[in-house]
Design a protein around this ligand. Structure first.
Ligand code: COS
Length: 378
């Protein structure tokens, strides 16, 4: 057993940390205040190769694996939860195409979403199919050489910015979840429009939208994987995506701890720095301990995935634990900062808001408890 990063991973961590400090942190408050999608940061992440992590070089990617992805996403999340979300959610598209797409789809789409500057999105959720993903009602009925899509997807991260979107729709509505398939839809296809743009509690820079399909026709070659295998594909993708959210939560918690340590050394009350107040130092101790535990579970889940092992249970455990840690740590970090923590001059209130979503998206903590208990009980 070896708990050390390789030299290459240490170098990647350094590059990601510098990127987060120089490119991500300085605009984090602004994108939070305006809700603007940081296209320039996305373009820089393309240039530096972060969007291609996990995709082989022959398909335009940067190589690397899930551990590398956790390193980069968590470093970025230390400075901005929204930018970490943009990167982590974007990579799900390439992950699905790599695992389930045919050679033609890999050749065509992977270079575009890894090094080509195009954003990818993944659309499963519907107004009446959130935790109960199998209740999806959007249809994609084959008519000649085309699938005709009808229905609405909601809460889709990056959906308005994405050039390519993976839509989970029923190709055979009579079969329920066994009739669900994955269809690739390109931006600008007639019959596909962006509906409501959500206003959220946090991760403002990561745009969340509704997708509307009204007799949207796409070539039958846009089927990814096999008809009827969509639910299994979506669940497989979510097992991986949950590690990405866990990395995001871990980074937010680490960032909040760093801010707290800095503040406690600088802030003087009762004639002493806050580090001389034992009650507050115990907060730091609790925060650091929970973060360390969360870190190892996140990296363990990433290691299982990177080495091709089943990670369904561990990804769910890593995500619940890291998300609860992020909420716990950002709450105490805000408390340590007192009134200043509540003000927008400091990043704490943003971190506190950004942390909350990690307990909800890519599966709520309650769904993860279901996944874990099913795995343990058999
Ligand atoms: N990997 C591969 N296949 C899986 C799987 C996984 N992690 N989880 C389930 N499946 C398969 C099952 O094996 C089963 O296939 P068979 O009937 O061939 O055996 C099928 O999918 C149905 O599984 P299950 O009976 O467990 O489905 P449920 O309706 O009970 O739903 C949960 C399972 C609740 C776990 C699922 O709906 C879920 O994850 N919901 C949350 C959705 C979510 O995270 N949304 C986030 C937003 S995504 S835009």
């Amino acid at each position: 057993m070896d708990f050390k990063f390789t030299d290459a991973q240490l170098m990647l961590q350094k590059v990601a940390r510098e990127f987060a400090e120089n490119e991500v942190g300085p605009i984090a408050a602004e994108i939070d205040a305006t809700g603007r999608f940081p296209r320039e940061t996305f373009d820089k992440m393309v240039k530096i190769g972060f969007t291609g992590i996990g995709t082989p070089v022959e398909y335009g990617g940067s190589g690397g694996n899930d551990i590398d992805k956790v390193i980069v996403v968590s470093e970025i999340a230390k400075k901005c939860g929204a930018t970490a979300a943009i990167l982590s959610i974007h990579t799900i598209f390439a992950q699905v195409i790599q695992k389930f797409g045919n050679e033609e789809q890999k050749q065509k789409y992977l270079p575009q979403v890894t090094s080509g500057g195009c954003l990818g999105a993944f659309a499963l959720t519907e107004p009446n199919a959130g935790s109960d993903a199998a209740a999806a009602k959007t249809t994609a009925i084959l008519d000649g050489d085309e699938y005709v899509l009808n229905g609405t997807k909601c809460f889709i991260s990056g959906g308005g910015q994405a050039q390519h979107l993976l839509i989970f729709a029923l190709t055979d509505p009579s079969k329920g979840l066994k009739g669900l398939s994955c269809i690739l839809v390109e931006k600008g296809t007639p019959g596909f429009t962006i509906g409501k743009i959500e206003e959220k509690m946090g991760i403002h820079g990561s745009e969340t939208v509704e997708l509307i399909f009204d007799n949207c026709r796409v070539p039958k070659e846009n089927l990814v994987g096999k008809e009827g295998k969509g639910f299994m594909m979506a669940m497989t993708a979510l097992d991986g995506a949950r590690i990405g959210v866990a990395a995001q939560a871990l980074g937010i918690a680490e960032g909040a701890l760093e801010e707290s340590v800095k503040y406690m050394k600088e802030r003087v009350q009762f004639g002493k720095p806050l580090t001389a107040l034992q009650g507050l130092t115990w907060y730091i101790s609790d925060m650091a301990t929970k973060i360390e535990a969360a870190r190892w579970l996140v990296y363990y889940a990433a290691h299982l995935k990177a080495t091709g092992q089943n990670h369904n249970k561990e990804a769910a455990m890593a995500k619940i634990n890291a998300a609860e840690t992020a909420r716990f740590v950002t709450n105490l970090a805000l408390q340590i900062h007192g009134g200043y923590g509540y003000m927008k001059d400091y990043p704490l209130e943003r971190m506190y808001r950004d942390a909350k979503i990690t307990e909800i998206y890519e599966g709520t903590s309650e769904i993860h408890k279901l996944v874990i208990s099913r795995a343990v009980l058999g």
